[in-house]
Design a binder for this molecule. Structure first.
Ligand code: G3P
Ligand code: CA
Length: 345
C-alpha cells in the first residue's frame, strides 16, 4: 500500500475515531485521549452500523440507518446490488423474498423464477435484477432475522445508494462528525456476467455525485470478491476493504499477484480468536502491514460465544486491537467503546 494512501486513511480514521465523547476525560484512555488497546496508531475504533441498526429495524432502510446514527454509529453500511435498469439498490441479497413483502404482492406473483446465479443454484425467488428501481420502490422491507421484532414490517421502502448518500451528507454523527459510509459491492462478478453496468464505476460515480469520491472522504469500499477489490483499488484513492469469511478466503486473496492490495481487512469474528481464547495472529499480521481490521458482526441476540454477554465479547475482541467493528446494535458498541475509553467498569 502506498505511503500517501496510508496517511490519508490515518487522517480519516482520526476524524472518525474522535467521534464520541471527546470532551470527557479522566480515566482509561480518556486522560490522554489515547485508546488503550493496540489498534493502528492507538486510534479509537469505529462503530459500523451493520445494515444500519438492523437489530432494531428492518435492515437496509433509511430508518435503520438513521437509528444507527442516533445510536452512536460512526459509519452506516449499505450492501449494494443492481436493479434491472442498472440502479444501485441497497439489499444484502440478490433475491427479495426474505427482506421484503414481495411474496404478498399479487402483481409480482408470476415473476418468481429459478436462479441463474450459480451461488443460488436451485433457488426459486424474486430477483432484484428482474425489477426496475421504480418497481422495487413499491416493495416494503421486513425484518428477516429470527426473533427480532416485526412490528415495523411493511412500513419502509428499499433505498437506493443515491438516497443513502443523500442521507449521510445531510446528517452528522452524534459527535457532530461527518457520517462515514461503508458500501459493500455484492456479487459484482455475477452482475457483470449478466450484462449489468460495472459496479465499481457505478459506485464511484455515485460517490462523486455526492462529493464523496475524493481522497479523505469518509468512505470505505468493501467486497468479498478479490478481483473487485483489486480493480477498484486502482480506480480510487478511497480505502478498500477485503472481506474474508475464513482462512481459506484470506489465503485466496493473498495468493493474488499484488496482494495485499487492500487498506482494510474485514474478517469474520471467528477468524480472530482461537478455541483457547487466544489471538490467531490475523490482527497482528494485518497491522504489521499497516492494514486496518474491521471484523463482523456483533449481535446482541447472537453473541460470538453462546452464553457470553455481547458486551463482554466486544471488550474481549477490542483488546486485540480492532480498528473498528460491525454490529447490528450500534448502541451497544457505542456503550462498550465509551466504557473502555472512560474507564467505566
Ligand atoms: O460487510 C461486512 C459484513 O456485512 C459481511 O457480511 O453477509 O452481512 O454482508 P454480510
Ligand atoms: Ca455487508
Amino acid at each position: 500500500m502506498k505511503r500517501s494512501r496510508i496517511l490519508a486513511i490515518f487522517a480519516l480514521t482520526q476524524v472518525l475515531a474522535l467521534a464520541a465523547c471527546d470532551t470527557l476525560a479522566g480515566s482509561a484512555g480518556g486522560a490522554s485521549g489515547r485508546w488503550p488497546f493496540p489498534s493502528l496508531g492507538h486510534e479509537k475504533p469505529i462503530i459500523i452500523g451493520h445494515r444500519g441498526a438492523s437489530g432494531a429495524l428492518p435492515e437496509h432502510t433509511i430508518e435503520s440507518y438513521l437509528r444507527a446514527l442516533n445510536d452512536g454509529a460512526d459509519c452506516i453500511e449499505p450492501d449494494l446490488v443492481l436493479s434491472k435498469d442498472g440502479v444501485l439498490i441497497v439489499r444484502h441479497d440478490t433475491y427479495l423474498s426474505s427482506t421484503t413483502n414481495i411474496a404478498a404482492k399479487p402483481e409480482f406473483s408470476k415473476r418468481k423464477r429459478r436462479s441463474t446465479d450459480p451461488e443460488y443454484a436451485g433457488r426459486d425467488d424474486w430477483w432484484v435484477s428482474d425489477f426496475t428501481a421504480a418497481e422495487l420502490k413499491t416493495l416494503r422491507a421486513v425484518q428477516s432475522f429470527p426473533g427480532r421484532t416485526k412490528v415495523f414490517d411493511g412500513l419502509y421502502q428499499i433505498p437506493t445508494f443515491d438516497e443513502v448518500l443523500s442521507l449521510a451528507t445531510s446528517r452528522k454523527t452524534v459527535a457532530d462528525k461527518p457520517v462515514c459510509v461503508y458500501p459493500e459491492a455484492k456479487s459484482p462478478a455475477y452482475f457483470a456476467s449478466v450484462g449489468q453496468p460495472d459496479m465499481a464505476e457505478k459506485i464511484l460515480a455515485t460517490l462523486d455525485k455526492h462529493g464523496l469520491a475524493a481522497k479523505g472522504s469518509p468512505i470505505f469500499i468493501q467486497s468479498f470478491e478479490p478481483d473487485f477489490v483489486q480493480k477498484i483499488s486502482t480506480m480510487t484513492e478511497l480505502p478498500v476493504v477485503m472481506l474474508v469469511a475464513d482462512k481459506a478466503g484470506l489465503d485466496t486473496a493473498m495468493a493474488k499477484p499484488g496482494a495485499p492490495f487492500w487498506d482494510g481487512l474485514g474478517p469474520s469474528l471467528g477468524m480472530l480468536i482461537d478455541a483457547d481464547g487466544k489471538s490467531t495472529g490475523v490482527v497482528e499480521a494485518a497491522h504489521a502491514r499497516g492494514i486496518l481490521v474491521h471484523p463482523w458482526t456483533f449481535r446482541n441476540d447472537a453473541p460470538p460465544v453462546k452464553g457470553e454477554p455481547v458486551e463482554a465479547a466486544i471488550r474481549r475482541y477490542l483488546a486485540l486491537g480492532l480498528d473498528g467493528f460491525f454490529t447490528d446494535f450500534p448502541i451497544t458498541g457505542y456503550k462498550v467503546r465509551n466504557e473502555i475509553q472512560y474507564g467505566v467498569e
